[in-house]
Design a protein around this ligand. Structure first.
Ligand code: ANZ
Ligand code: ZN
Length: 822
């Protein structure tokens, strides 16, 4: 149902814009590589390619049933060699630019099947989904994209995204996580050990450092650097951590051991112990922290759990002192405040000032400098999987890592492989494919067997749409630049971080390379890929629960004869009803195909657009579709009535219309204005539908003859405006109206401002701010306060409130529809 919703929204929008005369690109493609296809192959013996092709065919069928109009001539499939050739090409461009590199990283390793597992294949207990073996953490060489090189741009340019939801922008900011602070050096009291660097966001707490902690992967944790007496305990501790299933738990646990080493405090020269603990992350900052138990929660917990010191030193205090508090604090003070006497010369300074002063001192004395850290990490893109784009790299014993020359692309994914789910990637066993010649020295070499994360495929597909059949480049820069950036991008909020961040990264990279150069006055600029972002809400299903047992009820357990008062068949009780995310275990799922078959495609589309604004949750229930079916029936009837009595007369001038025609004409044009505005500015399909329903009611309830050109004009306008939402009904009605061409070849109706003007206006009159009466005025007299006063005094109610009083001031509001006499 989520798909039905998103494609109904985009199809409606594109049909609307096309009728308005825009040259709309509404493409479709398939993010077709990835784990599900490979799992199907392992579990059911179907080749991933075959499984993928079948699924694409099924989905295409579903979309055609929904009458979604895509430009299929631009269809892309990320698993086609014609597409992934260019994914590989962009990888090589990144490699040349120094943005693709290899380093060791931890992976999930299934020791029984001898294979790497994706996070999704490891269950909550840390066991393999297939073998059930306890998954190990193993270090392997992995490929990365250096997204962090773009961290600053990715963060700053969020400000350019004025048509993105605030929530998504906040999530991206948080993900990038810029943190400003300092790097300090602590010299280690041992021979041949270089100083220990730490990153801190709170330089003002330097005097409160009572110990240092390094991450288990830190370079200090080597036998030769550790004191002999302590080395065994430390190394065993670190080794055991490698076997821990749930690293997050270990990070939380605050376990740690003393390394036997001490450092010297850069200002007080005190000796401070150095610990190792998994709560310090190896890939953030310097992989080492200065422990300030008094002012950091994690340090506090660690310090207490490991009895690091007897007394915790508070170096910051609250500017608001509590009187008479003498007891030891029972928690850290993590806010900013005023420095205490412990911080010597900085006593009495505010945290911020003190931080700056201490940093200045560190720079002078040579033990520190200011530093910026990002939470954003480089993108680990390699997967030890089959169904993905091969990384176009060759490993040669002589030349080492050699990129495949661009003219040799694509590096094809061999199709003739076996799927066992064991013993590593099937690619590693495809010897014919694996063994190749080194492009540099022509000697024997092997191919890289890792494939790319599917997020790589989906980071640039929207650019390929602009020039999908290009055989010499991913896309022609000129053609792409004419179209890009994407005007409206629609998707679920689950993409708020990864996909949208990776796409922004790719787009910014290609922009820097000159591969895209949209005109500088196109928004948002700076190589941003998407202008308007619409995150559509989820579709929730009606969910029944037994109020006593709290068990979810299957549809067949509930009597729905009365939609509003369902009964549990077994007990006769009322079930509790809620709307929740559709899921198998809640029995609240809805099958789009059967809804469309039972209710009809256009009522389904209308219902989706009508029930909730696109970005909000849609509570799905079939019951109210009937309202949409009724409206459709009404418009069909109006169309055939109008068609039958059509005389093909010209519209008369406003002055020549009868009063009733004039009213209908005004309502028609007012509706055109409102519908056009809701659909172009705020995706307000729901209000557009209710305005169209009102106009339909106005026409069907009017005394205007069906043969009147004003009537004809009203019905034609309704049909044109409903057509983008209900394409089938739209075409049908258009034919009923006696037209031969497609309704989608018609121009979107335009409103005339002069048609909106009313002949008479009901003017509310307030006396000293209280509404007392109203007068009906000819449009020409609107706002004429003297005339309004005269008419007010003529009426008994006006006379009662105004009496003989004189009017000091008359305030006109609401376009003359309200006048306040003071
Ligand atoms: C001393 C200190 C005192 C800290 C204090 C905080 C409060 P953000 O703001 O998220 O950047 N830190 C640094 N590197 C770390 C690592 N590799 N693993 C775990 N923690 C690390 O966090 C920066 C703070 O996180 C740093 O500032 C450091 O603790 C810790 F009252 O240094 B602080
Ligand atoms: Zn070579």
């Amino acid at each position: 149902m989520g798909h039905v919703r998103v494609y109904t929204i985009s199809d409606t929008l594109q049909r609307f814009r096309r009728m308005q005369g825009y040259n709309v690109l509404h493409p479709m493609g398939w993010d077709a590589f990835g784990l599900p296809a490979e799992n199907a192959a392992i579990e059911r013996g179907i080749h991933p390619a075959e499984w993928t092709v079948k699924n694409i065919a099924a989905m295409k069928e579903q979309m055609s049933k929904l009458t979604i109009d895509f430009d299929w001539s631009r269809e892309v499939r990320t698993c086609d060699p014609d597409y992934y050739r260019w994914t590989q090409y962009i990888f090589l461009e990144m490699y040349k630019a120094g943005l693709a590199y290899q380093k060791e990283a931890v992976v999930n390793w299934d020791p029984v099947d001898q294979t790497v597992l994706a996070n999704e294949q490891v269950d909550a207990e840390g066991k393999s989904w297939r073998s059930g073996a306890l998954v190990e953490r193993k270090k392997l060489r992995q490929w990365f994209f250096k997204v962090t090189d773009f961290a600053e741009d990715l963060l700053n340019d969020i400000d350019l995204l004025t048509h993105w939801p605030e929530r998504v922008k906040q999530m991206q900011r948080h993900w990038i996580g810029k943190s400003q602070g300092a790097e300090f050096e602590f010299s280690v009291l041992a021979e041949n050990v270089s100083p220990l660097k730490v990153f801190t966001s709170r330089p003002d707490t330097l005097y409160g450092v009572q110990y240092l902690v390094v991450s288990p992967e830190h370079e200090l944790i080597k036998r030769e650097r550790l004191p002999a007496g302590q080395a065994d305990e430390v190394l065993t501790f670190v080794e055991d951590l490698g076997k821990v299933q749930n690293m997050e738990e270990a990070e939380e646990s605050k376990k740690g051991v003393f390394t036997g080493l001490y450092a010297s405090h850069p200002v007080t020269s005190e000796q401070i112990p150095i610990y190792v603990a998994p709560y310090v992350l190896s890939d953030y900052g310097t992989g080492a922290v200065m422990g300030v138990p008094a002012h950091d929660k994690r340090d506090w917990d660690f310090c207490r759990a490991n009895n690091v010191v007897d007394k915790i030193k508070f170096v910051i205090e609250s500017p608001i002192k509590e009187v008479g508090v003498t007891e030891e604090p029972t928690e850290p003070f993590t806010a900013h405040g005023i420095l205490t006497g412990i911080s010597g010369p900085y006593k009495g300074m505010k945290s911020k000032e003190a931080g700056k002063a201490i940093l200045k001192k560190a720079i002078q004395a040579g033990f520190g400098h200011s530093a910026t850290q990002y939470r954003l990490k480089d993108w680990l893109l390699s997967r030890q999987r089959y169904w993905g784009a091969p990384i176009p790299i060759v490993h040669c014993p002589t030349c080492k890592v050699v990129p495949v020359p661009q003219e040799d692309l694509p590096v094809p994914l061999p199709l003739d492989v076996t799927f066992t789910g064991k013993g590593g990637s099937p690619l590693a066993r495809a010897t014919d494919w694996l063994n190749c010649k080194c492009p540099k020295c022509n000697g024997p070499a092997t191919r890289e067997t890792d494939t790319m994360d599917t997020f790589v495929d989906s980071s640039w597909y929207f650019m390929r749409y602009t020039d999908p059949h290009n055989t010499s480049l991913p896309f022609d820069p000129k053609i792409a630049s004419e179209r890009l950036p994407v005007d409206i991008y629609i998707g679920g909020v689950e993409h708020a971080i990864l996909h949208l961040l990776y796409s922004r990264f790719f787009s910014k990279f290609l922009y820097k390379q000159g591969a895209i150069a949209p005109s500088p006055n196109k928004l948002p600029g700076n190589g941003e890929p998407f202008n308007v972002l619409l995150t559509q809400g989820m579709v929730h299903g009606r969910t029944f629960k037994d109020p006593v047992t709290q068990r979810f009820l299957k549809p067949e357990e509930v009597d729905l004869t009365d939609f509003n008062k369902p009964k549990i068949i077994a007990t006769g009780e009322s079930p509790s009803i809620s709307y929740e995310k559709m899921s198998k275990s809640k029995y609240n799922g809805v099958d789009p195909t059967s809804v469309v078959e039972e209710q009809g495609v256009d009522p389904t589309r209308l219902h989706i657009l009508y029930k909730a604004p696109p970005s909000e949750v849609l509570e799905w229930d079939d019951a109210s579709i009937i309202g949409m079916q009724r409206w459709i029936a009404k418009v069909l009837k109006l169309s055939s009535t109008a068609g039958e009595s059509r005389l093909k007369l010209e519209l008369p001038e406003l002055e020549a219309m009868t009063g009733e025609e004039r009213d209908m004409y005004r309502t028609t044009h007012l509706t055109i204005k409102q519908v056009t505005e809701s659909m172009s500015t705020s995706f307000g399909f729901n209000t557009a539908i209710s305005d169209l329903i009102k106009l339909s009611n106005c026409v069907s309830g009017s005394k205007v003859e069906a043969s009147s050109p004003v009537y004809q004009h009203a019905v034609q306008s309704i049909v044109k405006m409903m057509a983008p939402m209900t394409p089938t009904v739209g075409e049908e009605c258009w034919e009923e109206l006696g037209e031969k061409e497609s309704v989608f070849q018609q121009e979107w109706p335009k409103w005339e401002d002069k048609a909106l003007a009313k002949d008479n206006v009901e003017c509310m009159i307030q006396i000293n701010g209280k509404t007392r009466l109203s007068v009906n005025l000819p449009a020409a007299l609107v706002g004429n306060t003297e005339e309004i006063e005269r008419r007010a005094r003529e009426s008994p109610v006006g006379q009662k409130w105004l009496g003989e009083k004189s009017i000091r001031r008359a305030i006109v509001a609401k376009n003359g529809e309200l006048v306040n006499f003071v």
